[in-house]
Design a protein around this ligand. Structure first.
Ligand code: MG
Length: 159
């Protein structure tokens, strides 16, 4: 009989002109990007928090503090790999993850496959274990005004 754990994660980053936009481990063509200490990959940050939440390991701010220059501008895929390592060293495996991104623009549909592939590769799971969904907020709220991006993630791990 397998044992299971689930976790959820949430993150928000502000959008600014002239920054590179990284989302789900993929570079998105856009004249804007996310304001952050790291590369600003808000989808990976929410995913990391979901995975950490499975084992009550706190959040990425605890493990990779933005007060440390060690993480300045870091590729968030490295943070995700480190989080998966924490789970594996405790004897658990990633089952599946589900991510919902709220962003007004650009449209993310052309990038969903690449994101699933990139995240699956970092976590060492099959692509069908990685769901990435995107929505606008119909021009409502700070997301709709193009001021920020929010992401929710759910993760299941097992052993
Ligand atoms: Mg973040």
């Amino acid at each position: 009989m397998n044992e299971f754990r689930i976790g959820n994660g949430f993150d928000v980053h502000a959008i600014a002109e002239g920054l590179p936009m990284w989302l789900g481990g993929v570079r998105i063509e856009s004249g804007t990007g996310f304001v952050a200490h790291s590369d600003g990959d808000v989808a990976i940050h929410a995913l990391c928090d979901a995975l950490l939440g499975c084992l009550a390991l706190g959040d990425i701010g605890k493990h990779f503090p933005d007060t440390s220059d060690d993480w300045k501008g870091i590729d968030s895929k490295k943070l995700l790999a480190a989080v998966v390592g924490m789970i594996q060293e405790r004897g658990w495996k990633v089952g599946n993850v589900d991510i919902t991104i709220a962003l007004q623009r650009p449209k993310l549909a052309p990038y969903i496959g690449q994101m699933r592939s990139a995240l699956a590769s970092v976590m060492g799971v099959a692509e069908d274990a990685v769901s990435v969904k995107a929505t606008t907020t119909e021009n409502l709220g700070f997301v709709g005004r193009g001021e920020g991006c929010e992401v929710w993630a759910t993760a299941l791990i097992f052993k």
